[in-house]
Design a protein around this ligand. Structure first.
Ligand code: AMP
Length: 423
């Protein structure tokens, strides 16, 4: 019997992991430059946390949660990062120590979806949350940071869409306007949208069903019914983005699937690289009511989550740096001892070393070095030991020299530095 990973969940093996690591390191350095600190929260949380925050009528909570029960406790694998982070922020009374908090996270999320390219059951998100700043300057700064991040990662083209959902009053008003507009068309809507018409009509704007798309085509825009304060907030966001020269388009149809959003909403889509129909790279928005809803302080918040699998599909790899490595191949016990010392000296100079003490013919040693993609192969056999030298083979230039063991590490370090300087 052979075991396979669970449907929609993937192993990430060496060979692929280098791209992940690069993505994660560019993400980390970008957000840390913007003042964010990392938070790590558990993958399992109380089921109720997601019901209360992500929303009872959200697709995630309705259909996609991996739930389990243990000793009477109802738990769920986290489908997104925002609720756990908010819980930790509230639980730690962090707001009592700092007026504004900027957190980021990276990690696996779980949703029971039908797997396809760019859509998995275990996937990874990297996201940021800002607590305690009502925006809109903070909102514009976050969107601009993300534009810079995507450019740094070599995503060749992408679209930034922004919208405002207003606060609770604007939203309630729009809900009525939309219900009034759609009610005469109720029969034309999908079955799911007919249900939504009663409990959450805004979600119909988000529907992928062709019948719903047709029905909402002439619907009034939420931007037409925003309360003056919400409108001023949205105009403040636009003015700040314009001042930054950040590209964006306004999309009044953008609502996104989570129930907790207020005011600013944004989504980045792309058709770059191998992204197919799952073209949303990241999405986010303001959730000014959630902390209080979860029993925390009445503080505004904004956040986003970026899908790492989708970023990897969209990223251009030409910038991926190759690790230069050294293969150390001693033959025999005495040679192996010298090989160990040499490997340690090289690593002290930050040079990656594979030590292969299995012995064998020179041909097989070189074949193994080649298979590892090594730049240098260091051979130490009986004849080298006798003469007190190490054979240093440059596998790229196809040259070789013999050096005293004490001269090897500096020789290789100099050669690799020259390579780097030559680009
Ligand atoms: P959401 O949390 O649904 O707003 O999604 C934010 C981002 O996470 C999306 O733009 C995608 O890049 C990514 N994402 C969401 N669901 C999945 C999934 N099932 N598989 C892979 N990536 C996903």
């Amino acid at each position: 019997m052979q075991f396979r990973p669970v449907k929609g969940m993937n192993d990430i093996l060496p060979g692929d992991i280098e791209r992940w690591q690069r993505l994660e390191s560019v993400f980390r350095s970008t957000v840390e430059l913007h003042g964010y600190s990392e938070v790590r929260t558990p993958i399992l949380e109380a089921l109720e946390l997601f019901v209360r925050s992500t929303g009872e009528t959200s697709e995630i909570v309705e259909k996609q949660m991996f739930e389990l029960e243990r000793s009477g406790e109802r738990l769920a694998l986290r489908p997104e990062g925002t609720p756990g982070s908010a819980r930790a922020f509230i639980g730690g009374s962090v707001h009592a120590r700092e007026p504004v908090t900027r957190w980021y996270y990276i990690g696996p999320m779980f949703r029971a979806e039908n797997p396809q390219r760019g859509r998995y059951r275990q996937f990874h998100q990297a996201g940021c949350e800002v607590y305690g700043d009502a925006g809109p300057i903070a909102d514009a700064e976050m969107i601009d940071m993300l534009v810079g991040l995507l450019r740094a990662l070599g995503v060749s083209s992408f679209d930034v869409r922004v919208n405002s959902l207003g606060g609770p009053q604007s939203r309630a008003r729009y809900r009525n306007v939309l219900q009034d507009y759609l009610r005469p068309h109720a029969n034309e809507l999908s079955e799911h949208a007919q249900k939504r018409l009663l409990d959450n009509p805004l979600r119909i704007l988000d529907s992928k069903n062709p019948r719903d798309i047709e029905a909402v085509k002439g619907a009034p825009s939420i931007l037409e019914v925003l309360e003056p304060e919400d409108l001023a907030h949205f105009q403040g966001l636009r003015a700040a983005l314009d001042a930054l020269g950040t590209p964006y388009t306004i999309d009044p149809g953008l609502v996104r699937g989570l129930d907790y959003y207020t005011r600013t909403l944004f989504e980045f889509t792309s058709s770059a690289g191998k992204l197919g129909s799952q073209n949303a790279l990241l999405g986010g928005g303001r959730y000014d009511g959630m902390l209080a809803e979860l029993g925390g302080p009445q503080l505004p918040a904004i956040g986003y989550a970026m899908g790492l699998e989708r970023m990897l599909l969209a990223m251009d790899d030409s910038a991926l740096p190759q690790v230069q490595r050294c293969f150390v191949a001693p033959v025999g016990e005495r040679a192996a001892h010298q090989g160990l010392v040499l490997a340690r000296e090289l690593r002290a100079r930050e040079i990656t070393v594979d030590l292969d003490g299995r012995g064998g013919s020179l041909r097989s040693l070189l074949r193994r070095a080649d298979a590892r993609g090594a730049r240098f192969c260091l051979v130490i056999g009986d004849s080298e030991l006798e003469r007190g030298v190490v054979q240093v083979k440059d596998l790229r230039a196809h040259t070789q020299i013999e050096l005293a063991p004490s001269a090897v590490a500096s020789h290789i370090a100099v050669a690799l530095t020259q390579d780097e300087a030559a680009g």
